[in-house]
Design a protein around this ligand. Structure first.
Ligand code: IFM
Length: 466
């Protein structure tokens, strides 16, 4: 999007395939609260939140949206919106307080109640196993650096799959591994707040990929046979500056080329998972720092998956071909005044089109948007409602682009809006509001935003109103 095509409107029909799944997502630490309730153990995020200066204004997830106690009301809101699926994460230290060993019956029972209420409301439960609230006890044993860590994750998966697997419709192993490894272990801005060197970061990343593979095996063995299984990495999408074939090819190459910012390398994370090998350019770049990687490891990591999950909010860069026959990608800065979100992210609806296309072309799976949304400066207006026209416009633009990908041949499987509720935005505390539902953090009062009512209509018409 440029500032000059903001009023774009065409008559192209935008409905999605019949079985397209409409949902919204959350994560345990961002909404549950009850941090020490009913036997939950501490996570690395509880620990980071206690450290002065780490989180904006000293906010914590101790109470968050108090969803642990208000889940009934939240399921009723989901029903009112008309969600077909709800993606939530299970808090590992709530169900196994020490990370391994004894489980916590009260924690497991909480997720039983939530899953049953969702099913009773006609909403499919989709579970993320790791959305960053890693057990502190395991971090103290080396965390993802410990070669045993993939087995800890598999043990946790087995417990959850055995307990809830008869009812859960879909599973995600990790959410955004690039963030909990890159921002948590390399940059130190997120929990556990480490600043490790590249060799350690690569070892930890390899262990998270092994954990993914073992976890998928455990899910296949224990979960419902028709459950859909995948993961939810963030997609760093480069978009072409124009629709010319050369620029599109340059953007695609940029998406799948290894670059110096480790965290932003799509192929380092996704090639092993979908193709069973690390990319050659990455192996060359990181050669002096690589952990031991065996063929057996790669076989474990590369398990058959049912969809290609993508968290997409923005585009990395606008790219054009160098035009000199060398095939170099040249980045083009966004023009002054380019649209930005409250979180200072650029608004690039076409990232959903090109992201879906590029990832499908490379990995050949149906594309499921596992997160997409916008933080806006939302508040309760004098009329008692929450008017969020920017979110509605943002979603309409992004969904149109996703629908365009579908019309151009990408199997588009579904869309999870981030987020259902305004919530705890990690190191940025409660300063950002991503929800379809406004949450007053003092009173816990929930108010459906205008966008929630708009989204209801989009769901009802399967995108026909776009
Ligand atoms: O809130 C986060 C979420 O936990 C992971 N993906 C991005 C969201 C918005 O920043």
């Amino acid at each position: 999007m440029t500032t000059s095509n903001m009023s774009m409107s065409t008559d192209t029909p935008r409905a999605f395939p019949k079985n397209f799944l409409w949902g919204a997502a959350t994560a345990a630490y961002q909404i549950e609260g009850a941090a020490a309730g009913d036997g939950r153990g501490p996570s690395v995020w509880d620990d980071l939140c206690k450290q002065p200066g780490r989180i904006w204004e000293g906010h914590t997830g101790d109470v968050a949206c108090d969803h642990y106690h208000r889940w009934r009301e939240d399921v009723a809101l989901m029903r009112e919106i008309g969600l077909q699926a709800y993606r939530f994460s299970i808090s590992w230290p709530r169900v196994i307080p020490g990370g391994t060993g004894a489980s916590n019956e009260k924690g497991l029972a909480f997720y039983d109640r939530l899953i049953d209420a969702l099913l009773a409301a006609g909403i499919q439960p989709w579970v993320t196993l790791n959305h960053w609230d890693y057990p502190l006890a395991l971090h103290r044993r080396g965390g993802w650096l410990n070669p045993e860590s993939p087995h800890w994750f598999s043990e946790y998966t087995e417990l959850v799959a055995k307990r809830h697997g008869d009812r859960v419709a879909g599973w995600f192993t990790h959410n955004e591994p690039q963030c909990f490894i890159g921002v948590g272990l390399q940059e130190g801005r997120h929990a556990p707040g480490l600043r490790l060197g590249i060799s350690d970061v690569l070892a930890a990343a390899h262990h998270t990929l092994l954990a993914h593979g073992l976890s998928v095996q455990a899910l296949r063995a224990r979960a419902r046979r028709d459950a859909r299984i995948g993961w939810a990495p963030i997609a760093h999408v480069h978009v072409p500056a124009t629709d010319s074939a050369a620029d599109v090819a340059a953007a695609k190459r940029a998406c799948f080329t290894i670059e110096s910012d480790f965290m932003k390398n799509n192929t380092w994370w996704s090639d092993p998972v979908y193709l069973g090998r690390y990319p050659d350019d990455g192996l060359a770049r990181f050669a002096p720092h690589l952990p031991k990687i065996t063929d057996a490891d790669m076989r474990t990591i590369c398990q058959p998956l049912d969809f290609c999950g993508l968290n997409i909010y923005t585009a990395e860069r606008l790219v054009r071909d160098s035009g000199d026959g060398g095939g170099r990608a040249v980045t083009v800065p966004e023009p002054p005044g380019f649209p930005m979100t409250h979180m200072r992210g650029t608004v690039h609806p076409e990232s959903l089109y090109h992201g879906a296309r590029f990832f499908h072309e490379r990995y050949k799976l149906p594309v499921l948007i596992t997160e997409n949304g916008i933080s806006c400066a939302d508040w309760i207006a004098l009329d008692g409602r929450v008017h969020d026209p920017n979110r509605i416009d943002f979603l309409a633009r992004y969904l149109r682009e996703f629908s365009r990908a579908g019309r151009d041949g990408v199997p588009v499987a579904g869309y999870f809006h981030w987020s259902l509720l305004d919530n705890f935005e990690w190191a940025q505390g409660f300063q950002h509001r991503f929800g379809l539902v406004h949450v007053d953090m003092q009173t816990q009062k929930r108010t459906l935003k205008d966008s929630a009512r708009w989204y209801s209509e989009i769901i009802r018409t399967n995108g026909g109103g776009l």
